[in-house]
Structures are given as structure tokens and as C-alpha cells.
Design a protein around this ligand. Structure first.
Ligand code: IMP
Ligand code: MG
Length: 189
């Protein structure tokens, strides 16, 4: 079939997390964060690009505390599904985080390498505090131990797309978290 005729939703075999569940869980996490940061006036949310942009947009709108937003571009995967192991900053923050209360917003923690790298990089800039909020985690794939302060869902070792997560830069706009059909998954983009 021609690329233009393909329907994105036909490429997925299973919806792991529905739009409704994502919305409900994001609201719960935002409530927790709102409560925990009640005394903090200078909260800074750092969105890890690109995957976390959808989650950040929803989480931020559910937070009932004033906060700044900033973005950090990290690349660890190239376009495939297997980590290259090498993590690098492709876009740095605009804001100075020294003395600030930082909350890192991630889409998924897989091996833990990306987050470990980010944490070390950001801690060197002397924030007042730093916590992690991740929508998803695949604990069975962990290679580096990382502490997740706010976690949406644990998922099994399957490659997922949607709600910001991509395969070969496609599928980020699907409103749910889904598993790709093997025939698409097998394609090397
Ligand atoms: P880690 O460094 O292995 O923890 O990988 C984290 C990054 O890999 C995430 O921020 C995603 O960009 C990407 N990633 C890991 N698992 C998946 C997945 O199942 N679907 C899409 N992207 C993933
Ligand atoms: Mg990511």
C-alpha cells in the first residue's frame, strides 16, 4: 500500500493504555506533584524531547502550582528500537537551574541510561532539588538503577508507540499507548 493511503491506527496490534487511562493517571500524578510542591514557588519542569512533549503538555495543564517549562533534547536511540548506548544532548536548556527546584518529565525509562546521563549533567549545575516524573517504565530492561519519584505505568518489555513515543519518528500523534504490529516493528526505518 502507498504510504499516503496507510491508516496509522491499522499499524498497531494492541492498545496497552487507553486515552482515558492516560488522562486519569496524569491527573493523579499532577495532584501528587501539586501537593508535594505546595511550598515551592519556582518549580521548573524539564521536558525531555522529543518523546515527553505530549505528556508534558497534559501534566502541565493539570498542575495547580506556578511553574516554568524548559526543554532538553536528548538522543539515545537513533531511529531504531535498540539503544546505541550513547546518549548526547542535541538541545540544551535555556534556563539556569542553579538553586531551582527541577522536575524532569520523561516519556519512558527503559535501560535508564538516558535518565542517568541527564541526572548527572543537571546535578552538576547545582539545582536546589531534582526529581523524576516518567509516564512509563520497563523495569525488566533496566541496566542503570534510577529512582523514579512519580511514575505513570509499568509496562512489559514491548516496544510501544503513541502519546509522544515514536518508531522511526512516526506514531507520536496517536492518542494512546500501543504496540506495533510485528510487520511494522520488523521494518528498519
Ligand atoms: P533508555 O535510555 O534506555 O532508558 O531509553 C530511554 C529512551 O528510549 C526514551 O526516552 C525513548 O525515547 C526511547 N524508548 C525506550 N523504549 C521505547 C519504546 O518502547 N518506544 C519508544 N521509545 C522508546
Ligand atoms: Mg525520550
Amino acid at each position: 500500500m502507498k504510504e499516503a493511503e496507510r491508516n496509522l491506527r491499522d499499524d498497531v496490534s494492541e492498545i496497552l493504555i487507553s486515552e482515558e487511562s492516560l488522562k486519569a493517571r496524569t491527573r493523579e500524578l499532577a495532584q501528587e506533584i501539586t501537593d508535594d510542591y505546595r511550598q515551592v514557588d519556582d518549580l521548573l519542569l524539564i521536558c525531555v524531547l522529543k518523546g515527553a512533549f505530549v505528556f508534558l503538555a497534559d501534566l502541565s495543564r493539570e498542575l495547580d502550582r506556578p511553574h516554568h517549562l524548559d526543554f532538553m533534547g536528548i538522543s539515545s536511540y537513533g531511529s531504531g528500537t535498540v539503544s546505541s548506548g550513547a546518549v548526547r544532548i542535541v538541545m540544551d536548556l535555556k534556563e539556569d537551574i542553579a538553586g531551582r527546584h527541577v522536575l524532569i518529565v520523561e516519556d519512558i525509562i527503559d535501560s535508564g541510561r538516558t535518565l542517568d546521563y541527564m541526572l548527572r549533567t543537571l546535578l552538576a549545575r547545582s539545582p536546589a532539588s531534582i526529581r523524576i516524573c516518567s509516564l512509563l517504565s520497563k523495569p525488566s530492561r533496566r541496566e542503570v538503577d534510577v529512582r523514579i519519584d512519580y511514575l505513570g505505568f509499568e509496562i512489559p518489555d514491548e516496544f510501544v508507540v503513541g502519546y509522544g513515543l515514536d518508531f522511526g519518528e512516526i506514531y507520536r500523534n496517536l492518542p494512546f499507548i500501543a504496540v506495533l504490529k510485528p510487520e511494522f516493528f520488523a521494518l528498519t526505518p
